[in-house]
Design a protein around this ligand. Structure first.
Ligand SMILES: Cc1cc2nc3c(=O)[nH]c(=O)nc-3n(C[C@H](O)[C@H](O)[C@H](O)COP(=O)(O)O)c2cc1C
Length: 368
């Protein structure tokens, strides 16, 4: 099993002209370790460098906030909203490139799930509805989320412009090789997509296709900002504040979501599920990976969710995934690709490194 898997997963792959040495990516993981003013640090550069040194072909950064209005989600989250923040990212991108790794910036607007924004005390979202769940303690949050203000047309134009400017800074100043737009996990774009968080009846709300409009507008604006650099979107059903959410429209939703992303000419789709190899719907047989492959047949496909086990990774590769993204197991094994190549055992992930705050611990940076 391991050998069959290795033969595919360790081969090179090209996303829109970006050559990856293998099919293993580090999944985006927020580590709230930037400066108070959102600049990437030397410590972050060392943290990210280990993954490239350990053989990962691609690193996708943690969610980076995109504007100086409503996008920031957490204290100490890095941003890419001005020249200084963009320049600081050069330490990270340079360190990854030094080990022949590629690095995509994940651009993220927290929307109603913002729990720490130095630019404002107010959060903004499609509708003025208090989010489900509780703020995340390991990102300095406590208690219920605030009720956001419903975004005006002007707020929406600003949010789109924020993504575009952040993408331009990422490609032209910070040295990134691609852009991942965070459309998953309950953040702003997913709030627009989700029936119960979007009660609008303008062009940004209504049926599912209309609820996709903001994501598609962001794709268009980012594409204009970065030219031919790879641009993709991360999509999930589950959310950080509603773990088991399923799309109300079932497989039909997959057709609309993946089909419209394909029509928008994204270079990649990144699907994430808690257990990515399992059927996406209770009454169906297809995983989100295979649905994405079916409705966006030509688009590069990154799969994530519990895929550090060889049999699960093999299963999604057979269903059409091109790249496997690894989260927690990469924290435990920054050299996971090397271990795979040498059929070495993996270290177990120890959740205590994310507590009490999910920031980077210096102990993580000691190489073995
Ligand atoms: C500490 C931590 C931070 C995360 N931050 C982000 C993030 O910034 N953006 C994102 O899209 N997903 C984020 N995720 C989700 C991961 O990308 C991934 O989907 C999840 O860990 C499941 O993959 P795994 O089973 O390989 O760990 C985070 C996960 C963890 C554990």
């Amino acid at each position: 099993m391991l050998l069959v898997l290795n033969s595919t997963i360790l081969t090179d792959y090209d996303i829109a002209g970006c050559s990856l040495r293998n099919r293993l990516a580090v999944a985006p993981m927020t580590r709230v370790s930037a400066t108070e003013t959102g600049q990437a640090t030397q410590q972050m550069a060392r943290y990210y460098e280990r993954f490239a040194h350990g053989g990962f072909g691609l690193v996708i950064t943690e969610g980076i906030y995109t504007d100086q209005k409503y996008s920031q989600g957490y204290p100490y989250q890095p941003g890419i909203t001005d020249d200084e923040q963009a320049q600081a990212w050069r330490m990270v991108t340079g360190a990854i490139h030094a080990h022949q790794g590629m690095v995509f910036a994940q651009l993220m607007h927290a929307g109603a799930l913002s729990q720490g924004n130095r630019f404002t005390d107010v959060s903004a979202a499609p509708s003025a509805l208090r989010p489900k769940g509780e703020q995340m303690k390991f990102y300095y949050g406590a208690g219920s989320y605030a009720v956001p203000r419903a975004m005006t047309d002007e707020d929406i134009v600003d949010a789109i412009a924020g993504f575009a400017q952040a993408a331009a800074l990422a490609s032209q100043c910070a040295g990134f090789d691609g852009i991942e737009i965070h459309g998953a996990n309950g953040y702003l774009l997913d709030q627009f997509l989700t029936d119960y968080t979007n009660h609008r009846n303008d062009r940004w709300g209504g049926g599912l296709r209309d609820r996709m409009n903001l994501t598609l507008e962001v794709v268009r604006a980012v594409r204009l900002a970065v030219g031919t650099l790879p641009v993709g979107v991360r999509i999930s059903q589950g959310k950080v504040n509603d773990f088991d959410h399923k799309w109300a429209e079932g497989e039909q939703a997959a057709e609309v979501i993946f089909g419209s992303l394909s029509d928008a000419a994204v270079d990649f789709i990144h699907v994430t599920e808690h257990q990515a190899w399992k059927p996406a719907f209770i009454n169906g047989h297809s995983s989100l990976v295979s649905l994405s492959r079916r409705y966006a047949p030509e688009v590069a496909l990154i799969a994530n969710g519990g895929l550090h086990r060889a049999e699960h990774a093999s299963s999604v590769l057979e269903e059409g995934a091109d790249i496997i993204a690894i989260g927690k197991a990469a924290l435990a094994n920054p050299d996971l690709p090397r271990r795979l190549a040498n059929t070495q055992r993996l270290n177990e992930f120890d959740a205590s490194i994310l507590g009490p705050i999910a920031n980077i611990k210096n102990g993580e940076l000691v190489s073995d």
